[in-house]
Every structure is written in structure tokens, then in C-alpha cells.
Write a protein that binds this ligand. Structure first.
Ligand SMILES: Nc1nc2c(ncn2[C@@H]2O[C@H](COP(=O)(O)OP(=O)(O)OP(=O)(O)O)[C@@H](O)[C@H]2O)c(=O)[nH]1
Ligand SMILES: C[S@@+](CC[C@H](N)C(=O)[O-])C[C@H]1O[C@@H](n2cnc3c(N)ncnc32)[C@H](O)[C@@H]1O
Ligand code: SF4
Ligand code: SF4
Length: 360
């Protein structure tokens, strides 16, 4: 497996299959392209299925064992099933989607080899949903979640971006997954970096604190050191363990000004038009794979990994063994780049508490 200078092995890739979308979410970073896209914008040099598969075959040679298909809206690709079917067997294939095209197609995706799906759902109320996504397709998204469950894709993760407009919906979304078998919730801290609008950001530590009080159990995930809170379904018997059947899992994705998240980042990205990218937030390290042979892609992949830099890398130091780690002193200090003073200062608690488990 290839690793960068900071000792971060690359075990996964995120492939954006298109920058087109049928929604126009107010916050959309479009996987690092920023807010340059309009809804259903014309197809712009999308990689072909052959391009995607050629890249995945190279990544598999370097022991990359998972691929996330995303976009734009990946299900706008009519050849998605073909791409998944041709994904190397050694890779787990998952997808993040707005869910509208899952009805009628979820089973074919599973047959092709899809293992997991995340569906974006920012609210439980159609009007609130429409205000965020600038779309009226709420019912269709619910049908999409059902279709994924029926096709055997449980647990389905619901992705919710937490920002000024949605922060108030968090408690009902948490109850929703605690009460519904097969659903999990992923709360994603709003990232203003590529979108602007820093005034929309909220203090994600308040959400951590609130969930910490409600949770029966908290785990740390190896990827990004993300925290997972296991929430009890209030109707479940008291003696029951909180797992997929007697409660819900809520995971927090909190990359903003979080060097610990970046220190545990193991994925390289590919843009819809075939550029390799070391970090979601950077566009200064793009490397095109257009028209390349496999040998050239191999070399470009090596270069991309070698040049990866954690976005908040300035808060890392070398320890006594010469390995990079996040500077503990930083973890006790407030705000890193809160330049305009418009949002609360983040407070970091410095990592894994005693007794927490660790998963994947
Ligand atoms: N800055 C940053 N944000 C990330 C990263 N990974 C995920 N995110 C954010 O989280 C969003 C949702 O990610 P998903 O693709 O649904 O989920 P995932 O992170 O791949 O998690 P799994 O499905 O559990 O593998 C992304 O679109 C980003 O907004 C990352 O490495 N860096
Ligand atoms: C860019 S979308 C692409 C896949 C698909 N169209 C969807 O919405 O699930 C991937 C994820 O990024 C999240 N996202 C988009 N813009 C974001 C932002 N500014 N901050 C945090 N997450 C964001 C979305 O909510 C979605 O869950
Ligand atoms: S559905 Fe996904 S890609 Fe489309 S606008 Fe919303 S977040 Fe962006
Ligand atoms: S380095 Fe940090 S910001 Fe960049 S992709 Fe990885 S976790 Fe995200």
C-alpha cells in the first residue's frame, strides 16, 4: 500500500462520476469543485466507464481496497451498473447519492456488486427538505431509501449536513434512526471552504456534547478518527444492548479545522473529468489521467500519494520516533482560522477517551 510523507496509507479512493445533478443544494461543495455547477449542467468531459475501470485496476494493484462513487449525482450515469460490475473484486464498492433514482434501480446495483449506500436526507419535513435541496423530490428520496433497504443494502446511512438551516432538525433525525431498523445517521459538519458563507457554520462540538449525553456507547472509527454514538430506541427493553436492532448509530464527520481528522485521512480522490486529487479541499495538486496508459496512471497515482499533505498539516509535528502526529498543544488551543469572528470558536477534546472501542 502506498503512503504519503505523513505516514498516511492510501486504502481507499473516492471517484466522482459526474458533476451533473438534479438537485441544487444550497451548501453543495460538489466533491471539491465548489459551487460552479448548475443543476443538470451539461456533461463536461466525464470519464468513460473504461477510464474509471482502468484507474480502479491500477488502484487495486496498490492494495486500495475500497471505492466510493459520488458526484454530482452518480446515479445520473446510465453506465453506473457497468462500472460497479467491472470494479475489481478486491474492492468494496459503495455510493453516496441523493436517492431519487434508487427506486427501480437499487436491485440492479446490488446485483452488480454495490455493498453500501449513503443517501442524503437533510430533513424529515418536505418543505424543510425543499428549502435545502431546492427540489421537491422529498417523497422520491424516501422511496429511494426504502428501495435500498428492500434490495438488501441495510444499514443505509442517511447523510445530513449540519448547518444554520438544519441544526434544529438534528434531534428528530436522531430519533428517526433510533426508531428505524436498518437506518444510520451521518451528521456532516458544513464545510465552508469551497462554498463561502462561513456564517452558515455551527459549532459541531455542541452536537458531540449533546449526543455524548444521549448515547449508551461511543466508538471511534479508524477512518478520520470519527466518533460514532449508539443511541437507544426509547421503546426498547432496558436490558437490550444498543445495536442495529434496538437503537441507532449516529456518526459525526467533522473535518473543519480538525487536524486529527486529516491525520487519519486515507483516501485519494478522482474528479469526474479524470484528475487525481490528494485532498478534497485542495485544487493545487490536480493531476490529469486523460489519455494515459496504465503505466502512466501508475506513476501519476504514485506522485499524487507522495505529494499528499493534510489540509491542517501545519498542526502536526514529528514525535520522538520521527513519526508525524497531531501536536497535543494545538488540541488545547482554540480557533485556528476563525478569521472573521463570525462563528463560535471550536474546542477540541483531544481524541480517544478511555473505554472507547475502535472500529474499521
Ligand atoms: N474534508 C473532508 N470531508 C470529507 C471526507 N470524507 C467525507 N467527507 C465529507 O463527508 C461527506 C459524506 O461522505 P460520504 O461519501 O457519504 O461518506 P464517507 O465519508 O465515504 O463514509 P462511509 O460511507 O462510511 O465510507 C463528503 O461528501 C464530504 O462532505 C474527507 O476525507 N475530507
Ligand atoms: C457532493 S454530494 C454527492 C453525492 C450525492 N449527490 C449526494 O448528495 O449524496 C456528497 C455529500 O456531500 C455533502 N456535502 C455537500 N456540500 C457540503 C458542504 N458544503 N459541507 C458538508 N457536506 C457537504 C452532501 O450532503 C452529500 O452527503
Ligand atoms: S444532491 Fe449532492 S451533488 Fe447534488 S446538489 Fe445536493 S449535495 Fe450537491
Ligand atoms: S486531508 Fe483533511 S481536508 Fe483533505 S481530504 Fe483528507 S481529511 Fe479532508
Amino acid at each position: 500500500m502506498l503512503a504519503d510523507e505523513f505516514g498516511r496509507e492510501v486504502s481507499g479512493v473516492r471517484v466522482s462520476l459526474t458533476d451533473r445533478c438534479n438537485f441544487d443544494c444550497v451548501y453543495c461543495h460538489n466533491e471539491g469543485l465548489g459551487d460552479t455547477r448548475g443543476p443538470m449542467a451539461a456533461q463536461d468531459h466525464e470519464m468513460s466507464a473504461d477510464d474509471v475501470v482502468r484507474f480502479l485496476e491500477v488502484a487495486a494493484e496498490f492494495d486500495v481496497d475500497s471505492v466510493k462513487f459520488t458526484g454530482g449525482e452518480p446515479m445520473l450515469r446510465q453506465d453506473l451498473e457497468e462500472i460497479i460490475r467491472r470494479t475489481p473484486d478486491s474492492m468494496e464498492a459503495s455510493m453516496t447519492t441523493n436517492g431519487t433514482f434508487l427506486p427501480g434501480r437499487a436491485e440492479a446495483l446490488v446485483d452488480a456488486g454495490l455493498s453500501r449506500v449513503n443517501v442524503s436526507q437533510d430533513a424529515l419535513d418536505p418543505e424543510q427538505f425543499a428549502a435545502v435541496t431546492q427540489s421537491g423530490a422529498y417523497d422520491r428520496v424516501l422511496e429511494g431509501v426504502e428501495a435500498a433497504l428492500d434490495a438488501g443494502l441495510a444499514p443505509v446511512k442517511l447523510n445530513m449536513v449540519v448547518f444554520e438551516k438544519t441544526a434544529g432538525y438534528v434531534p428528530e433525525m436522531v430519533d428517526h434512526v433510533a426508531e428505524n431498523d436498518g437506518l444510520r445517521l451521518q451528521l456532516i459538519e458544513y464545510m465552508p471552504e469551497l462554498v463561502g458563507k462561513p456564517e452558515w457554520a455551527i459549532d459541531i462540538d455542541r452536537v458531540h456534547d449533546w449526543l455524548g449525553e444521549r448515547a449508551d456507547r461511543v466508538e471511534h472509527r479508524e477512518m478520520h478518527d470519527r466518533r460514532r454514538y449508539w443511541i437507544r430506541d426509547e421503546d426498547a427493553p432496558e436490558e437490550a444492548d444498543v445495536d442495529g436492532t434496538t437503537g441507532g448509530m449516529v456518526e459525526i464527520v467533522d473535518p473543519v479545522e480538525n487536524p486529527t481528522f486529516c491525520a487519519n485521512c486515507h483516501r485519494v480522490r478522482v474528479t469526474h473529468d479524470g484528475y487525481l486529487k490528494g485532498c478534497l479541499n485542495r485544487n493545487d495538486d490536480l493531476r490529469s489521467m486523460g489519455e494515459m496508459s496504465k503505466a502512466e496512471i501508475r506513476e501519476t497515482f504514485r506522485e499524487t500519494v507522495a505529494n499528499r499533505v493534510p489540509f491542517y498539516g501545519e498542526y502536526m509535528v514529528r514525535n520522538g520516533d520521527g513519526e508525524w502526529e497531531v501536536n497535543d498543544e494545538y488540541l488545547d488551543t482554540p480557533a485556528v482560522s476563525d478569521t472573521d469572528g463570525s462563528r463560535p470558536e471550536p474546542v477540541y477534546d483531544g481524541g480517544v477517551e478511555d473505554g472507547y472501542g475502535s472500529t474499521d
